[in-house]
Design a protein around this ligand. Structure first.
Ligand code: FNR
Length: 342
């Protein structure tokens, strides 16, 4: 299978395996306030990551590029929607475009479609400083995501088997690129222990990308002749991963992601301590099944719904939302209690 075919395969399987909605966010419930003292007009959705001001606290998280014209079109369409809705967007991993220059256009399509928007570059933790700089230059990036994808690599027959030295390479990149750096998981969640290691680095944010949404173990197992089914239920659910990361990296901004679909998921994630939230598979599914207009409508509806919920909670800003009283039930409560994360 060619590289381009593999990228398309990933999209196909990511959408067909779907999202399990086992994020743990259903275990979270807000404590209602009858006298919130707020007005919808006063609610600000703005947030700040690595010195960058975002008018909205959610964004299109990393997905694609490198798979020929089809992925260039997806990046252009996502970027057009991101421009209209004024939300940031990350492109998919640009690693292979470094070795295959003809792939660059598939990522640059996003910048072309949104010349002034906030765009994040994306590489793996195997990248060197020069590679990190090159992917940023490729799309005139405003920030850089470094993804961690141990489980996907292990589940791929042709994937990496050696994960030594990643933290040192990330540390080196942080000091030597000009844009803020975000480390992200890819659907298995950041733990407190991982967050503690990352807390020592000059990162702009840690993106939890927890379990419960797109599941790359399932995606690879569907494609593989030797499936590693033991990885299908691996991972830290999104709700707990946010708390694990907030505890482990108190000095860092936390970005929530993994299975987020609607405003309620985002508001709960922010109330758990995140400063922003990323959505991938759910948005791609809307784009590919219903088109750009439907995706724009969904994103705009999310913003309105967030303002309604924040008004009800008496939270004028994301900072105030962090202090909204909430209840945590079920497996999520059990996990946090056993891990001493209360
Ligand atoms: C991804 N994701 C991803 N992440 C990354 O850092 N680099 C990448 O190249 C990709 N590629 C990719 C392709 C497709 C088709 C999907 C759906 C996702 C992972 C993504 O950014 C996110 O971490 C996970 O998908 C979990 O979030 P969702 O999809 O449950 O919202």
């Amino acid at each position: 299978m060619s590289r381009a075919e593999r990228k398309i395969d990933h999209i196909h399987y990511a959408l067909s395996t779907g999202q399990s909605r086992r994020t743990g966010l259903d275990d979270i419930q807000f404590v209602h306030r009858s006298l919130p003292g707020s007005s919808v007009m006063d609610i600000s959705l703005s947030t700040e990551i690595g010195g960058l001001q975002w008018s909205s606290p959610f964004f299109v998280n990393a997905m694609t590029g490198g798979g020929g014209q089809a992925t260039a079109d997806i990046n252009a369409q996502l970027a057009e929607v991101a421009a209209v809705c004024d939300i940031p967007m990350a492109v998919g991993s640009q690693m292979s475009a470094l070795r295959h220059p003809e792939e660059r256009l598939t990522f640059q399509a996003a910048r072309k479609a949104n010349p002034r928007g906030m765009l994040l570059a994306n590489i793996g933790s195997e990248a060197t400083v020069d590679e990190a700089r090159a992917v940023c230059d490729m799309i005139e990036a405003d920030g850089l995501q470094i993804h961690l994808n141990v489980i996907q690599e292990l589940a791929m027959p042709e994937g990496d088997r050696d994960f030594r030295g990643a933290i040192d390479r990330i540390a080196e990149i942080c000091g030597r690129v000009e844009v803020p750096v975000i480390v992200k998981e890819t659907g298995f969640g950041i733990s407190r222990e991982t967050a503690q290691l990352l807390n020592e680095l000059p990162l702009a944010a840690i993106d939890t990308a927890g379990f419960g949404g797109t599941n790359f173990a399932e995606v690879e197992n569907e494609r593989s002749a030797q499936p590693m089914s033991f990885f299908n239920n691996w991972g830290i659910p999104t709700a707990v991963s946010i708390v694990e990361t907030v505890f482990g990296a108190p000095d860092k901004r936390v970005i929530a992601s993994g299975g987020l679909q609607h405003a309620e998921d985002v508001v709960k994630s922010l109330a758990l301590g995140a400063s922003a939230a990323g959505l991938s598979g759910f948005l791609l599914n809307i784009l590919l099944t219903e088109g750009q207009e439907a995706l724009t409508e969904h994103i705009n509806q999310m913003k309105t719904d967030m303002q309604m919920m924040m008004c009800a909670l008496g939270a004028k800003s994301i900072g105030q939302l962090h202090r909204a009283p909430l209840m945590i039930f079920g497996r999520t409560e059990q996990w946090l209690r056993i891990r001493g994360l209360e």
